[in-house]
Ligand binder design. Structure first.
Ligand SMILES: [Fe+2]
Length: 134
């Protein structure tokens, strides 16, 4: 059973971004499951790498959109993205050195991204939705 599932309450009502958020949450869920099932180092490492690649692609996509619309709080939003990528890469580094991925760490990674989508991304979604009225 999935630990983290998509929920309409975190929708931005922008299909392209929502689809990426759904995929991102699925990757976090896949990481959670692979750790919970004690899959081998190879499998967990592979899922973690795919999660990181997806997060980086998604953040780049959001940032590209923000720049194209001169989003006024681009810098602070990007700082949040950078923080999360740094945390993920740090986790990967520790995992490669043999450290196990704890439940607390997984909860933190999942809670952070849900908070980011519900808060910071919602602000951006509102901005995008209001553009035609400006
Ligand atoms: Fe974002």
């Amino acid at each position: 059973m999935s630990r983290f599932a998509w929920d309409d309450s975190i929708s931005l009502n922008i299909a392209a971004i929502d689809d990426q958020h759904k995929a991102l949450i699925s990757w976090i869920d896949a990481l959670y499951e692979s750790v919970q099932k004690c899959e081998g180092e190879q499998v967990i490492g592979d899922v973690l790498q795919k999660l990181i690649s997806y997060v980086v692609m998604h953040f780049n996509e959001e940032e590209r959109l923000m720049l194209s619309f001169n989003y006024p709080v681009f810098t602070s939003h990007r700082q949040e993205h950078d923080y999360y990528v740094t945390k993920l890469k740090d986790l990967q580094e520790r995992f490669r050195k043999g450290e196990e991925i704890s439940g607390d760490t997984l909860d933190f990674m999942a809670d952070w991204i849900v908070c980011h989508i519900k808060g910071t991304d919602q602000n951006f979604g509102r901005f995008l939705r209001e553009i035609p009225k400006k």
